[in-house]
Design a protein around this ligand. Structure first.
Ligand code: M6R
Length: 369
């Protein structure tokens, strides 16, 4: 079933473009998002939502964190992301105007399931983003938007992650359209960019060999840090999680803007740091802020691996390695920037002779609390 691939994980990373393409397929009409699963809740209900609460675990929660930025921006609804296991033990404030969005590849994760049940019992509306048809979480929810990444076998979630981000974007766009916070022109422009992601992902997959070399010389590395800002922050967390679970090395993701508030003390000569560099075309000048972060850690001896868009020359003088991703506007970078990190987790595990598909102590679907 691996079809010539060295592992399911390798196969599933190669399927990231299709995972996004199939998740969008049939959900765009006349250039606008059309999610009957969501609109069936009723325009009044959708206009009345005053809060979105995303609940998920692990990689799915990081997809939710990326989705938060987009949903807030496009639908102008405050969005919180909460780890599912934290949810029902603190009497969360819920109302019928709260939309609780669960994200789960398997649809069977116990922590997430219990949080959904809890939210529903307390009168919130529940929507499930799920990759498995007919799984328990979608059955327990008021509405479901399926991701169509196809079955994911490797314990490390990869293609589901990009599909989950695409699904949260479809949701954000649909809410923005219904609530009138996006004009049709704006929505069409964003939809068009989303539709370009699969092709860009195909290009992004080209970094595989380069990452393999990088992982090879890093097989003895004991600690890796990841820095990102805005939507790059959850991508940094995702990169770190992959190294922990696959290569069993200590890895942390930090918000780049937090460096001076503590984590920079960790930087010593030789410390490897991956930095997700926002596009220099970003109007909010986040690019220059992250480039100065790179200068700060470089000055303290960090070995910097920058993930930056094609043609961004500003990072060249300060980075030891630059991994290129195709041009995309800020919201569409995470799905591309995560590709080298997914490869890196896999290749570092392989370089260490570890089982890529079945890391120790982990199960694909965590059905106990
Ligand atoms: O099936 P789910 O999406 O609910 O699973 C959630 C997490 O257990 C899962 O994403 C886990 O963090 C992965 N092993 C990460 O690669």
């Amino acid at each position: 079933e691996k079809g010539g691939w060295s592992s399911f994980m390798a196969k599933e990373i190669s399927e990231e473009p299709e995972a996004v393409a199939k998740t969008i397929l049939g959900r765009v009409h006349d250039g606008l998002v059309d999610l009957p699963e969501v609109t069936a809740l009723g325009a009044e209900v959708l206009r009345g939502i005053d809060r979105v609460l995303i609940i998920a675990c692990g990689t799915a929660a990081y997809a939710g964190m990326v989705g938060k930025y987009a949903i807030e921006q496009w639908a102008r609804i405050p969005v919180d992301v909460e780890l599912a296991h934290e949810f029902r033990y603190r009497e969360p404030v819920l109302s019928p105007n709260t939309l609780v969005v669960s994200i789960s590849q398997s649809g069977e994760t116990m922590d997430t399931l219990m949080a959904v049940k809890y939210a529903r019992e307390r009168g919130a509306r529940t929507l499930s983003i799920c990759n498995t048809q007919g799984a328990t979480i979608p059955r327990e929810s008021d509405a479901v938007v399926y991701t169509h990444a196809g079955p994911e076998v490797a314990v490390a979630s990869t293609k589901a992650f990009v599909a989950q981000i695409a699904a949260t974007y479809l949701l954000g766009l649909q809410l923005g359209q219904v609530r009138g916070t996006l004009s049709d022109d704006e929505a069409r422009g964003l939809v068009a960019e989303l539709q370009e992601v699969p092709e860009k992902l195909r290009t992004a997959l080209g970094v595989g060999e380069r990452i393999k070399d990088l992982a090879h010389w890093m097989a003895n590395t004991r600690s890796v840090l990841f820095l990102g800002r805005h939507v790059g922050y959850p991508v940094a967390l995702e990169g770190a999680l992959k190294l922990k679970e696959l290569a069993y090395i200590h890895a942390e993701g930090f918000a780049a803007g937090e460096l001076k508030h503590g984590p920079i003390a960790l930087i010593e000569p030789g410390q490897v740091v991956f930095v997700l560099v926002p596009s220099p075309r970003d109007p909010r000048s986040l690019h220059s802020k992250v480039v100065s972060n790179i200068q700060e850690i470089r000055a303290r001896g960090a070995r910097v691996i920058a993930i930056a868009e094609q043609g961004d020359a500003a990072v060249l003088p300060y980075a030891d390695e630059v991994i290129r991703i195709p041009l995309a506007s800020p919201f569409f970078e995470p799905m591309l920037a995560v590709v080298p990190l997914h490869y890196f987790g896999m290749e570092l595990a392989a370089a260490k002779g570890l089982d890529v598909d079945q890391p120790r102590n982990l199960a694909k679907s965590v059905t106990v609390e």
